[in-house]
Design a protein around this ligand. Structure first.
Ligand SMILES: [Zn+2]
Length: 140
């Protein structure tokens, strides 16, 4: 049977479809946000105080950032189909199981390496949120 790394061609097709569906959805989302959702200064009504406009905008911007970040991951995943690296752990080179890829088509690490990196991420997160607070305090 024809295979792509450890994946069956049928499984590969499923994953590719998931990635392109997500890509289309995100692109549509980002375009919609661009044209309609950001509340500009001119559009601010008197009923909306600056803080709630800022909050709404920052939520939109955060959502956009998250979506763009995911879009980049999807693009990288698509490139890996071409280079035949898709489905292999970026860290240890192990095969990532189809069940994991099916739940997370952009998975870059096998479950073992992911767990390892999450432990490190937690440490980084604590550091990051700490320095963030310092930045905010400085701006006051
Ligand atoms: Zn690994």
């Amino acid at each position: 049977m024809e295979r792509f790394n450890h994946l069956k061609i049928r499984e590969l097709k499923t994953l590719k479809e998931k990635i392109s569906t997500d890509m289309t959805r995100i692109k549509t989302n980002l375009e919609e946000v661009d044209t309609s959702n950001i509340i500009s200064q001119n559009q601010q009504s008197d009923n909306l105080d600056v803080a709630s406009v800022d909050l709404a905008n920052s939520q939109i911007i955060r959502m956009r950032n998250r979506e763009s970040f995911y879009a980049k991951k999807l693009e990288m995943a698509l490139k890996k189909f071409d280079s035949k690296e898709y489905g292999l752990c970026e860290d240890c080179g192990e095969e990532i199981k189809f069940t994991r890829l099916n739940a997370r088509p952009t998975a870059e690490l096998c479950i073992n390496c992911k767990e390892e990196s999450e432990k490190n991420e937690n440490v980084m997160y604590v550091k990051k949120s700490h320095s963030y607070r310092e930045t905010v305090d400085l701006q006051k």
